[in-house]
Ligand binder design. Structure first.
Ligand code: 3HC
Length: 700
């Protein structure tokens, strides 16, 4: 074996030659994103190997955990420089030597497109391939829309590109994306395939020489789905347009694809979705990051209601043994049965194998004896949201749990400092605020109380990773980040209703804006009693100047709590559509009359502007009080816990797109009607003065 190694300037590519086979390794951790340096490195490496007489074939693979995760998403906002990805692909595709792409880990986006331009593709088990660009507001911009259909046919390529779905090595082989699945490391599998190519046993081919059969039915069905989608996003529509060109000459298809890609790259949808991508990952940057996490080998969950069941399921899905405590045996049994149904659902959705489900069920112990929690590493209480109940429980846990155990509270509003102070070990108490259904929703607010030990925070973040959650660090305040913003924003929706809109218009306006469900429909689904209890709890501290809508209270007085009782803001009696509850509208009319309000009309846009300005204003207060670490964390909370439309990036990113000075002007204008509710937060005013954006505060 002869070996020779050269290394490019930034060591993003290494080269060696093995028995006449040139081996290019991409070495840009963590995932070989194809940034400028890597693209240049690949150009140099291919040029070098193409010109060498001792090289007959080329293997391209990635070092580390991935072949390549595609284009470097961080580069999109910057002016383009250096060779483009299509430049790299063309050099490979039209070069004199066959290129074998050897894939492992992930080959996504531009990473897969790189492989599609190779002459042979070998994968190893565990590989996942995808063209997920639409999830980032893009379309595959380096040949994916033209070359994938040449390998798989139009219908499969269209389904993969419009969904961004990941495909396993085995499926990729069956779809024609891979030529074979090798064994061992990708590099060795690639070299073995190259030897076969040189021995004439494996035929290399140019993907571009293949043709695509039209598939009018699949394309029409996809178009119909996109036309019906609300909101209608730009990226999937443009991706479909590019795919439609795949049946024609490839040069034309590639030119169209590139033009559409560049349009999307500069657009707001791409910016917002890339922001959401980094917001999700950026929440882990916390002051406690370097502190070693404690080991969590066993978990106790107290409370077998919806939250307790969901939390226990989340831990079981992640492989933790769980002890669930209820007050009576029958309740414990009911909780175990509900958890069993959740696990069945996970199997049905392909999230867990039947064997893993059986193991998870075995790992659950549900009972009434709290002393069985004496040796668990973590307890999460999810009992009734009432301070006296929480305090009483924490005192008992304090007496039972071993030293070093973490006492987590799943309170969604209450003061975690007060809960912690009830124990003899406030440093062991932390808020772990899950969102319902807790085994599905990705957000986890990690609420850090004044006395919480710093390594509890790093432990909670490590735990969140195991649970596949998005943890966001919050300090203590009423409602923490998410529910505090929600409470303020919900008032704005009540005020526009009181002033002249109705429930359906507000819901429709916010759904058109991008929320899956408007606020009144959400209340009906969750139960109106939740809001009622919150309002009662806050009644004593409500400022006299605060405008108060009695509409929801009066609906609740009728025992109408939404879907579960057949009526709320809407009727839930099986009537077609979403009819408003006529009695709720009557109550609304009575309340307007009692307040002397003559209803006026609002456009949908006015409703959205008011409600979003309210949400942003409270979010700014959360930021300036230091409750949230950075604007992007607030975006993560809203995106992963409250259904904020992802293509708008979250309220803070959306605020930047409106402009802070414009927001100040809006609040000042609204303040004429209600100076108590509409106040410009000081940070907002200051940022407007200085011309700064929230993005500047993210430290990106
Ligand atoms: N560009 C830049 N950085 C990237 C990246 C990319 N394409 N993909 C991942 N990263 C970064 C992440 O931000 C993270 O950085 P951090 O450690 O500083 O937070 C780090 O790499 C590791 O990523 P994850 O934490 O997400 O690691 P996982 O192992 O959980 O997931 C992954 C790996 C499945 C590759 C996931 O990161 C992912 O889905 N990446 C995006 C893939 C993608 O969408 N590619 C298409 C890009 S657009 C494109 O290619 C255009 C082309 O058509 C021209």
């Amino acid at each position: 074996m002869s070996a020779q190694a050269t290394t490019s300037a930034e060591t993003v590519v290494t080269l060696d030659v093995v028995d006449g086979i040139g081996v290019i390794a991409m070495t840009r951790p963590p995932v070989n994103a194809l940034g400028e340096a890597l693209r240049s490195g690949l150009i140099d490496a291919l040029t070098d190997l193409n010109g060498r007489d001792d090289v007959q074939a080329i293997v391209l693979h990635g070092e580390g955990r991935a072949f390549s995760a595609g284009a470097d998403i961080r580069e999109f906002g910057r002016p383009p420089s250096g060779p483009t990805l299509p430049d790299v692909l063309n050099l490979m595709l039209d070069g004199p030597k066959p290129v074998i792409a050897a894939l492992h880990g992930v080959a996504m986006g531009g990473g897969l497109e790189l492989a599609l331009a190779a002459h042979v593709r070998v994968g190893v088990p565990g590989l996942r391939v995808a063209l997920p660009e639409v999830k980032l507001g893009l379309l595959p911009g380096a040949g994916g829309t033209q070359r994938l259909p040449r390998l798989t046919g139009l219908a499969i390529a269209q389904a993969m590109i419009l969904s961004g779905r990941e495909v396993s090595a085995e499926e990729a082989l069956s779809l024609g994306i891979l030529d074979r699945i090798g064994s061992g490391a990708a590099r060795e599998a690639g070299i073995a395939a190259a030897r076969e190519v040189l021995a004439g046993k494996l035929s290399p081919r140019r993907t571009d020489d293949l043709t695509v059969a039209p598939d009018a039915e699949a394309m029409a069905a996809a178009q119909a789905r996109l036309d019906a989608a609300r909101p209608q996003l730009d990226a999937p529509c443009k991706a479909l347009q590019a795919l439609a060109a795949a049946t024609g000459p490839i040069t034309e298809g590639l030119a169209l694809e590139r033009r559409l890609f560049l349009e999307l790259r500069e657009g707001p949808e791409r910016q917002a979705l890339a922001h959401a991508f980094f917001a999700e990952r950026g929440t882990a940057r916390i002051p406690e990051t370097d502190l070693p996490a404690r080991e969590i080998a066993s978990v106790g969950v107290i409370g077998g209601g919806t939250m307790g069941v969901g939390i226990a399921t989340a831990f079981l899905l992640a492989g933790y043994p769980v002890r669930l405590i209820e007050t009576e045996a029958a309740r414990a049994e009911a909780a175990a049965a509900a958890i069993g149904r959740n696990l069945d659902g996970a199997v049905k959705r392909g999230k867990m194998s039947a064997e893993a489900r059986a193991a998870a069920a075995d790992a659950l112990r549900a009972g009434c004896d709290m002393t069985t929690l004496a040796d668990v590493d973590l307890v999460v209480e999810a009992v009734f949201e009432e301070m006296s109940v929480k305090i009483e429980l924490m005192r008992r846990l304090d007496a039972i749990c071993k030293p070093g155990a973490i006492l987590g509270t799943n309170t969604s509003y209450l003061d975690v400092n007060e809960i912690a102070a009830a124990t003899s070990r406030p440093e062991a108490v932390i808020g772990l605020h899950f969102f319902s259904p807790a085994h599905v929703m990705r957000l986890l607010e990690v609420v850090v109380a004044d006395a919480t030990a710093p390594d509890l925070v790093s432990t909670a973040f490590a735990l969140a990773r195991q649970l596949n959650k998005v943890p966001v660090r919050s300090r203590v305040c009423d409602g923490f980040i998410g529910n505090r913003i929600l409470a303020h924003y919900r008032k704005s929706t009540e005020y526009v209703v009181l002033d002249g809109a109705d429930f359906a218009q507000v819901d429709r306006a916010l759904e058109e804006f991008g929320f899956a469900m408007g606020p009144f429909a959400v209340s009906d689904l969750a139960g109106l009693d939740i809001g009622m209890l919150t309002r009662r709890r806050k009644a004593a501290t409500r400022p006299a100047e605060e405008r108060y809508s009695r509409v929801a209270d009066r609906i609740c007085e009728q025992q109408w709590f939404g879907r579960k009782s057949g009526r709320g803001f809407y009727l839930h009696d099986g009537t077609e559509g979403r009819p408003q509850n006529p009695d709720a509208l009557r109550i609304l009319a009575e309340e307007r009359a009692a307040e002397g309000i003559s209803p006026r009309s609002f456009t949908d846009q006015e409703i959205v502007d008011r409600c979003m300005t309210a949400m942003i204003s409270e979010a700014v207060r959360v930021l300036e009080e230091g409750i949230a670490l950075r604007p992007a964390d607030i975006d993560a909370v809203e995106l992963f816990g409250y259904g904020f439309p992802r293509h708008l990036g979250g309220p803070m990113h959306y605020a930047d797109s409106i402009g802070i000075a414009n927001l100040v002007a809006r609040v000042e204008a609204y303040a004429d009607e209600d100076p108590h509710y509409w106040q410009v937060p000081e940070l907002m005013r200051q940022m407007a003065r200085e011309g700064r954006r929230f993005a500047d505060l993210n430290g990106e």
